[in-house]
Design a binder for this molecule. Sequence first.
Ligand SMILES: [Zn+2]
Length: 401
Amino acid sequence: MRDTADQKLVRKLNNNIILDVLRKEAPLSRANLSAVTGLNRSTVSSIIDELIDGNWVRETSFQTDKIGRPGLQLEINPKGGYVVGIEIGVDFLLCLVTDFSAEVIWRKRLQTNPEDGQVAIQQQAFDLAAEAIEFGKKECGRCLGIGIAIPALVDAQNGIVKLAPNLKWENVPLRLIWNQQFHYPVYVENDGNAAALGEYYFGAARGIQDIIYIAAGYGLGSGIIVDGKLLRGNKGYASEVGHMTYDPKGALCSCGKRGCYETIIGPRAVIENVKNLITEKGPDHTIIKITEGGKNAINYDAVVNAAQENDPIAIDALKEVGCKLGLVVSHLVNIFCPKMVILGGALNYAKDFIQPTVAKVVKENALKLCQEDLEITNSYLGQESSVMGVIGLVLENLWQI
Ligand SMILES: [Zn+2]
């Protein structure tokens, strides 16, 4: 019995290895696949036969392959199935459908209001997912699963949202609820973790094993990948960088504590900085012209636009947040010694001001040896990194036991 179970596991792992290589490097011949994966020819051939039978892989043209032997080329069959990914943000829903080659074939974003509460937002998410499923079904037939990213402490193993401070959700068995609604496999992941995975599978960090992803939006989300694996910690709630304390006497945070980094890094902090600087330096600035004089009308986009027009107040406000973020990143660099730090979320819109500031502060503060070969970059997938991460989770777990 033991052997059979082990053999099944090995076969499933080999399926995943072959599909992963095909997703990244196709078209490849059987001989190529054998060379790239290190699996012997007969193993590759028998797995490929099964994958072709199941419509997961298809043969394309007959060509001379990369190692000079003639043979039929293989690639992922995009029509092999589809995956639905959805991000339940604090005030939005973003839903993507990808085909089996992980190409996005449908996308839709909706604004939501967190005050509407969990039941109403869930219903909006269900309606959106139902629309996505209808499209996916028409294009690719079978649904391979649904991935959900959410700004919350998530028990990913059981698919339970333990605490979503900004949404004010607690102990919501999301996997169970979505399973009952749609009857497909469901994966639930923290949005920062999901975004780190998205960049790792499909974005800026492809092929890189040690990554820190950090994104400011309504909150400050993050995900850490060490040796190619998502850092989960004891209970699965690791990487809550946004709720690390900066000032115990600071502003009240949505998590109930005071002075978390989330309260001083992000668009809300940038706007606060601008208002303080206007009080200090007077109102004669581009940012005031952009918002037609209304201090209360200042929003993050207006600040970024003003900074691009060289408004010193807007630039200073962004740089101040960049400095604090730089300090956080310096601490993380000393602990995890990553190869890449990816800045995402709203920070992306102001990358010309925030990224150089973060890089400068990290250079000055992190240990020299820990930042050797470190690359600080912006998110490649932008707003879609979390959703692509949970889509990657569905694909990665297709043949898992
Ligand atoms: Zn907090």
